[in-house]
Design a binder for this molecule. Structure first.
Ligand code: ACO
Length: 325
């Protein structure tokens, strides 16, 4: 069966220059390197400069992705940008990226699914490509969570960082089997009943402040382990692929313990799990494409490899994608 697939033909990332270690945080917050490493695996994070916006991070990541794909902004006809920390209420941060890349036609919009945002954006772009509404798409995850952290809440402020990652999708003819290159399957879910377990206590139509991240960490942890296991199973069932065939698990980078639990569930050799949470902390929608870019550039992910991505975030939202590189 002939089928159009979205093949990932380039990746890129950008991390702000400022690195903040756990010890530096412990100077202003009642915490310690030992607590943070033990509970989360996080060792450091990057914070955007005062004048650096989410779009600035996204543009740098997009430029790197285009360069690795050997393409220019004018070759792209769709940008889907996942963020929970846009530059402004409107227009979409994606349109700023569009203008900066010299893309004068096509479509650019944002997707909001917090930490699941990149996989949501990937699924949206993949569907555009499959139905022929786009041929070359940029999918970006970009965040400046440092702007919405409450420095009085040690349970959340130590967990997050800023960054951006991007991939370029290109329409390619496949034969409809799991041997095709490109996005093989995506699975998205949300359940708004859990809104109050992970949210920001401000926003345009609720208060006059941007607000801060609020999280019931333990509850989120419990849900994450169950939901991520389910959504990973869905991707494997939909494609008839067994865990033993997975070359790389590229999970959302929120917490090393959750990532380890997923690796164990799939019975994956820990060396097959891409882990960047120690270096980047939780960068929300940027975490999966940042991790992808690291593993592509250091040569771990190779053409033909099967890459499984999963994420869970506020809403709750959760999602998986299985891609053959
Ligand atoms: N430093 C030192 N002590 C701390 C800190 C800190 N930064 N934060 C909390 N504590 C203390 C608490 O006050 C509490 O002390 P007490 O026992 O005296 O009351 C103790 O540590 C335990 O607190 P818990 O919140 O129960 O700690 P827990 O073991 O659950 O770890 C954590 C907290 C790391 C947030 C964990 O619950 C977690 O990782 N949850 C999942 C969060 C997550 O993955 N979110 C991301 C998914 S969605 C998204 O990415 C947006």
């Amino acid at each position: 069966m002939n089928l159009v697939r979205s093949r990932i033909v380039g990746t890129g990332a950008y991390l702000p220059a400022r690195v903040v270690t756990n010890d530096e945080l412990a100077v202003q917050v009642d915490t310690s390197d030992e607590w943070i490493v033990q509970r989360t695996g996080i060792r450091k994070r990057h914070f955007a400069a005062k004048d650096e916006k989410t779009s600035d991070l996204a543009i740098r990541a997009a430029q790197a992705a285009l360069e690795s794909a050997g393409l220019q902004g004018s070759d792209i006809d769709l940008i889907v940008l996942a963020t929970a920390t846009p530059d402004q209420t409107f227009p979409a941060t994606a349109t700023r990226v569009q203008a900066a890349l010299g893309m004068e036609v096509g479509i650019a919009f944002d997707v909001q699914a917090v930490c699941s945002g990149f996989i949501y954006a990937l699924a949206v772009a993949d569907n555009f490509v499959r139905v022929g509404q786009a041929r070359k798409a940029l999918v970006i995850g970009a965040e400046t969570f440092s702007r919405i952290l409450d420095w009085e809440d040690r349970g959340t402020c130590v967990l997050f960082g800023d960054g951006a990652g991007a991939v370029v999708l290109s329409a390619e003819q496949g034969d409809g089997t799991s041997a095709d290159h490109g996005v093989l399957t995506t699975h998205l879910h949300s359940d708004g009943r859990h809104h109050d377990l992970l949210y920001v206590d401000g926003g345009v139509s609720s208060t006059r402040t941007v607000g801060h991240v609020r999280m019931a960490g333990r509850e989120v942890f419990k849900h994450a382990v169950v939901r991520l296991a389910e959504v990973v199973d869905e991707a494997l069932e939909a494609t008839g692929i067994s865990p033993a065939d997975i070359d790389w698990l590229v999970p959302h980078q929120a917490n090393k313990r959750i990532i380890d639990a997923m690796g164990k569930k799939l019975d994956l050799d820990p060396n097959r799990v891409v882990m960047t949470v120690d270096q980047h902390a939780n960068t929300s929608a940027a975490s999966v494409p940042l991790a992808l870019d690291v593993a592509v550039r250091d040569g771990r992910i190779q053409p033909g490899h099967l890459v499984l991505m999963e994420a869970m975030g506020g809403g709750f939202t959760w999602a998986s994608a299985l891609v053959r590189w």
